[in-house]
Design a protein around this ligand. Structure first.
Ligand SMILES: Cc1cc2nc3c(=O)[nH]c(=O)nc-3n(C[C@H](O)[C@H](O)[C@H](O)COP(=O)(O)OP(=O)(O)OC[C@H]3O[C@@H](n4cnc5c(N)ncnc54)[C@H](O)[C@@H]3O)c2cc1C
Length: 642
């Protein structure tokens, strides 16, 4: 069912884009400093989005409860981020500006993001670097002492700040240090090992959450004046991805069932440079940072099926296909473009390694030009990781890489204030759909998560707290009892199945279906097949899953079962969204819609919207709402990186 959008008010300011955020901040209601301590904010997730939000809001004086799955906030998935974070500082003086970062991001997202949000992101990017530096984040420096920048895909300037190949870790330690100060001061009540399983609404407004204590199995109720979901992305619906194993859709999906619309669920980023799948035993994939494409050159042999040892293939018989096809951007084309190009070469028989399912990423030229020590200084930890996993030395022979699921641009729909369709429920970081359109540029996720947490939510949450007449709530209210009962009932149901197949077995099968039909290339027929298979698998799961152990204990089998049950529901909306979007854009590639050269072909007349799905109950189809996207500054055009 499709309805024209009566309820998706983006609340984007109008007028000059340069002053929109300033004017919006001025127009918003404020909470005066003395009153801030009267408000209690619940923040789920302690990655870069949640950690930065918790630290900032507590510093401002709010009372904060922070919840996360891991045993420590600093073990959130953000810690895995490798390559860097973008900002428009223009330190290298190579032509960057806020406008260029804005332009690159709108174009990189294939014109499927809101201009107002993206412009704000570019504006705020510079504050993030200042904030992180003040916290002591050790960004790499060049010889003159300025922070160094490198290039990432989709940009012709160098704007990526980095801390070797561990930028996420260093940024997270910065946010964690800021959080720790507030924990010590008693402003943040930090609750690790809590899994949020429901949002509680009172009078239609989000006023709390229900969590399972993952150590004792107890159910806990948390009440507050606003709820912030900072729970990351759902790439693990594909089973194999570069995401942390604990990354999931549960928090978002449960919020969705309570009325938060899910936007663009089919927008998935498949990253071109990952270590290829090596067999059925694998439970996770490993990214080789995009930063490597600053110096590494991607190629395959010119001759299909060439099985010579890689170093025996002469220069003249190598096809540097990215440089050939996209001379202007070369190896630094955006991820969606690079991934599709790898797939095209491998499908055509030019791939290398087992099954011809990989391409080379070669540093020989960089090593010859700059010396091994220089290359080691820049990428040493990534090379080390590659060697540990593959037992091949990338200083001596090219890495082998292949695309893998990495990031999800879709997420809960939010307006310009980061508020979902449930009043009082805000969504930050990868969990929302806001700024990247149909394809995220490298090094922009950290920028968005920290922008949301440090610089956007501290303003926009005030509008809710000061503008709505919030009455006190208590965890003994009926709404909390009802939500807790429904969570308990779901856990009991999982434990009661007592079937014969493991949770992982179902998850793996779901992942294969998603990869085969909803992965790098999608077709009408494939998506219809996927929808059928997902439904069948969901039914099989509820009849035959075996969840070991019980509730009143630390039980990873139970945790995983809950998450896979949600993935099995969510996957269907994912596939339906992909089916509905009968165009190609960014990472969403419908084979039916491509240019003669095999590039994604958008259909702006019919699909220039953000799709927002509304849950209508287990037995009904979700309803599709459309938020029209308008481009006043960056002209809609066929993306080209040639
Ligand atoms: C290998 C890898 C490398 C990357 N490198 C880069 C890079 O160099 N630059 C870049 O910009 N981006 C990079 N990204 C993307 C980036 O790391 C993520 O998009 C970003 O860190 C997400 O941050 P987040 O705060 O939104 O979520 P996360 O860091 O995923 O944090 C989610 C938090 O939510 C909690 N949580 C989840 N569900 C629940 C629940 N139900 N109950 C309680 N808590 C819950 C978790 O415990 C965690 O604390 C990379 C991604 C990967 C996979």
């Amino acid at each position: 069912m499709s309805t024209q959008n009566p309820i998706l008010d983006s609340k984007c300011p109008t007028g000059d884009i340069e002053t929109r955020w300033d004017r919006h901040r001025f127009d918003m209601k404020q909470v005066n400093p003395a009153n801030k301590r009267k408000f209690h904010i619940i923040i789920v997730g302690t990655g870069l989005a949640g950690g930065s939000a918790a630290a900032t809001l507590a510093e401002l004086g709010y009372k904060v409860t922070s919840l996360c799955i891991q045993d420590s906030p600093r073990r959130a998935h953000s810690i895995a981020a490798q390559g860097g974070i973008n900002a428009a500082k223009n330190y290298p003086n190579d032509g960057d500006s806020i406008y260029r970062l804005f332009y690159d991001t709108v174009k990189g997202g294939d014109f499927r993001a809101r201009e107002s949000n993206v412009y704000r992101l570019a504006q705020v990017s510079n504050n993030i670097i200042d904030q992180a530096t003040a916290q002591g984040v050790p960004f790499a420096r060049e010889y003159g002492g300025h922070m160094d920048n490198r290039s990432f895909g989709g940009a012709q300037v160098s704007r990526t700040f980095y801390a070797r190949g561990a930028t996420g870790q260093q940024l997270l330690l910065g946010a964690y240090a800021a959080m720790s100060r507030q924990i010590k001061l008693g402003k943040i009540d930090m609750r690790p090992r809590r899994e949020m399983l429901d949002v509680v609404k009172v009078d239609g407004v989000a006023r709390g959450v229900i969590c399972r204590n993952m150590v004792t199995g107890e159910y806990e109720r948390y009440a507050g004046d606003a709820v912030l979901l900072c729970t990351g992305g759902y790439g693990n619906v594909f089973y194999l991805s570069t995401n942390a194993k604990a990354s999931n859709v549960t928090a978002s999906w449960r919020a969705h069932k309570r009325g938060a619309f899910f936007a663009n669920p089919c927008y998935t980023q498949i990253h071109p440079t990952c270590i290829p799948v090596s067999g059925d035993h694998q439970s996770k994939l490993t990214l080789m940072s995009e930063s490597l494409r600053n110096d590494g050159r991607v190629w395959v042999p010119k001759q299909a099926g060439d099985s010579r040892p890689v170093n025996d293939i002469p220069e003249s018989e190598r096809d540097y296909y990215l440089e050939r096809r996209y001379p202007a951007f070369g190896n630094l084309v955006p991820r969606d473009v690079a991934s599709r190009a790898s797939k095209e070469r491998c499908d055509a028989g030019f791939g290398v390694g087992p099954g011809g399912k990989s391409v080379y990423l070669d540093f020989a030229e960089a090593i010859k030009r700059d010396g091994e020590d220089t290359v080691r200084a820049k990428y040493g930890n990534l090379f080390h990781m590659y060697e540990k996993i593959t037992d091949e030395n990338p200083y001596e022979r090219p890495m082998r890489i292949y695309p893998a699921v990495h990031y999800t641009m879709g997420g809960l729909w939010v307006d310009y204030n980061l508020e979902s369709t449930v009043p009082g429920l805000f969504v930050l970081g990868e969990a929302n759909f806001s700024d990247h359109g149909a394809n995220r540029l490298g090094a922009s996720a950290l920028m968005q998560g920290l922008s949301d947490g440090y610089f956007v939510i501290p303003y926009t949450v005030c509008g809710h707290l000061a503008g709505r007449n919030l009455q006190p709530v208590s965890t003994s209210d009926e709404a909390f009892a009802e939500a807790e009962a429904s969570v308990r009932q779901r856990t009991d149901a999982l434990l009661a199945v007592n079937g014969s197949r493991t949770v992982d077995d179902f998850h793996r099968e779901l992942g294969l279906t998603m990869w085969d039909h909803c992965g790098m290339a999608r077709t009408t027929e494939g998506l219809q097949t996927a929808i059928g298979k997902i439904g069948e698998l969901r039914e099989a799961f509820w009849n035959d899953v075996r969840v070991l152990g019980g509730n009143e204990e630390f039980n990873q089998s139970l945790e995983k079962a809950g998450r896979v049950a949600d993935f099995l529901e969510f996957a269907e909306v994912f596939a339906k969204d992909a089916l509905d979007r009968n165009e190609s854009c960014g990472g969403h590639f419908r084979e039916e819609s491509q240019t003669e050269e095999g590039e994604a072909l958008r259909d702006d007349e019919n699909y220039c919207y953000a799709a927002a799905w509304e849950y209508q109950g287990a037995d009904s189809d979700s309803a599709l709402h459309k938020e029209d996207l308008k481009f006043e500054y960056v002209k809609l055009a066929q993306r080209s990186y040639k």
